[in-house]
Design a binder for this molecule. Structure first.
Ligand SMILES: CC(C)(COP(=O)(O)OP(=O)(O)OC[C@H]1O[C@@H](n2cnc3c(N)ncnc32)[C@H](O)[C@@H]1OP(=O)(O)O)[C@@H](O)C(=O)NCCC(=O)NCCS
Length: 427
């Protein structure tokens, strides 16, 4: 029971944060044909009832592609695409229709075996994707292979505002009334950028890895671009395109993991690969090369007495305790964790954000990062001593504490002249 209560408490802020957000969810036809798809749709239904505005984009599956001629190796717009004849198009539209019906049927089940059973989830599809022909490349006529010309943003938005899920197939219609076969990744990226979606999620068979096969969890755009140059990947290219088009965050999730969508959206650390637009900023553990940047950041705060003075030597010795936010090579925020492992406690100190970058949640993100570091190191109680920032900590779950609650060693070092207040948070 306690686990459940704890889970609920940790999920609640995420439920709140995601309510009303637009999420585009892309998956291939193989996912729809997988036996696990019913469970995925069940989770999609939960997301919908939790207030997310959802656009689903499905592909047509490998079985379909095998019937088509070989993909081109040509660079440019036609790269990796296959020509689509009139007969191919008939097969594709038939198969796409079947898959769409399957998705609609599963969404009509509501949320079985739960008190929300019978909750009506409406899904709508239509002529939301306007397409144009891919045309002739290097002498090959690509026939009914097309590309996205435009997304009917207003039409989709109207459905989302009414609480409906929008389902898009990899088909688009031209102003001349023709049908074109599109890549579902391309449709998803076009929909996400055109709608200004908050998130674009790709359900894939595996997460993104580097050349050595290491799974990548957090990929700022710049790093994602380097990775894409070393190791071409269609889904990585799509995520990069989306981020460049203004989507804040793209996720690649392993659809075979039960509950992957829920874990990614409603837990602190997520479980997939995230490509984020904030390419110039990252949170990381500090290294010796950061000492200069940290000193520059905290010097004015030391001068006015907000922070305790630290010599360069001390900072160099303690640099492993620091975490920093780096932006364009500059340190714009920092915080330190002095862990006292035997006592399972740790001191949070030296929290500072450059005045030019305050009030954008950076210190908050640093605190989350420090808490994760602390938990990994076996710390259960985080304490902080502050003279002027009490409310900031209280608003983030710290409670006022007595001096006596500090570990003995730290109590002995307490500076009565500074008269700092003590706050503690169980993490
Ligand atoms: C406190 C500090 C680290 C917050 O950095 P930040 O990156 O702006 O933090 P966030 O964006 O996560 O939070 C901003 C919120 O904190 C509030 N805040 C800032 N300073 C505060 C303080 N002294 N007391 C209470 N709240 C404070 C801001 O008003 C803002 O809330 P609002 O937008 O609701 O008004 C930053 O103001 C700073 O560097 N202050 C000087 C150093 C300091 O006091 N450090 C703590 C010593 S232990």
């Amino acid at each position: 029971m306690q686990n459940y209560v704890n889970w609920f408490r940790t999920a609640a802020p995420y439920i709140n944060a995601h309510k009303g957000k637009t999420v585009v969810l892309a998956f291939g036809g193989d996912v729809v044909e997988d036996e696990r798809f019913a469970a995925i749709v069940h989770d999609i239904a939960i997301l919908s009832t939790l207030g997310l505005k959802l656009v689903l984009v499905h592909g047509t599956g490998n079985a379909m592609d095998a019937t088509l001629p070989e993909a081109t190796q040509e660079a440019g717009a036609a790269r990796g695409r296959r020509a689509v004849s009139t007969q191919d198009l008939e097969r594709i539209t038939g198969h796409a229709g079947l898959l769409r019906a399957r998705i609609e049927a599963l969404l009509s089940m509501g949320i079985a075996n739960s008190p929300m059973h019978g909750a009506r989830i409406r899904v709508c599809s239509g002529n939301f994707v306007i397409a144009q022909p891919l045309g002739v490349h290097a002498g090959t006529d690509f026939g009914h292979a097309g590309r996205v010309r435009r997304i009917d943003r207003d039409g989709i938005s109207a459905e989302l505002v009414s609480g409906n899920i929008v389902l898009l197939s990899p088909l688009g219609y031209s102003t001349t009334g023709e049908i074109f076969y599109l890549g579902h990744d391309e449709v998803a990226v076009a929909a996400a950028t055109s709608l200004g979606a908050d998130k674009l999620v790709f359900l894939e068979e595996s997460l993104l890895t580097d050349a050595a096969g290491n799974v990548q969890r957090d990929l700022p755009l710049r790093l994602a671009q380097t990775l894409a140059a070393e190791q071409p990947s269609a889904v990585l290219d799509a995520a990069i395109d989306a981020c460049q088009g203004g989507v804040e965050r793209c996720y690649v999730l392993d659809y075979r993991r039960d509950g992957a969508l829920l874990c990614e959206l409603y837990t602190r650390d997520g479980i997939g690969t995230m490509v984020n637009r904030d390419s110039y900023e990252s949170i990381r553990v500090a290294g010796i090369e950061d000492v200069g940047g940290i000193m520059e950041l905290i010097a004015p705060l030391e001068r006015d007495g907000t922070l305790v003075r630290r010599s360069r030597e001390r900072l160099e010795l303690e640099i492993d305790c620091f975490s920093v936010v780096e932006r364009d090579g500059a340190i714009i925020a920092c915080a330190a964790l002095y862990a006292d492992t035997p006592n399972r406690s740790g001191e949070l100190a030296c929290v500072a954000t450059d005045p030019g970058y305050r009030r954008s949640g950076r210190a908050n993100r640093l605190l989350e990062h420090i808490e994760a570091r602390a938990r990994d190191g076996g710390v259960e109680r985080l304490f902080v001593l502050t003279t002027r920032t009490a409310h900031w900590f209280v608003e983030r779950g710290f409670r006022p504490a007595e001096l006596g609650e500090l570990p003995e060693k730290r109590r002995e070092l307490y500076n009565y002249q500074r008269n700092s207040k003590v706050f503690i948070k169980n993490i």
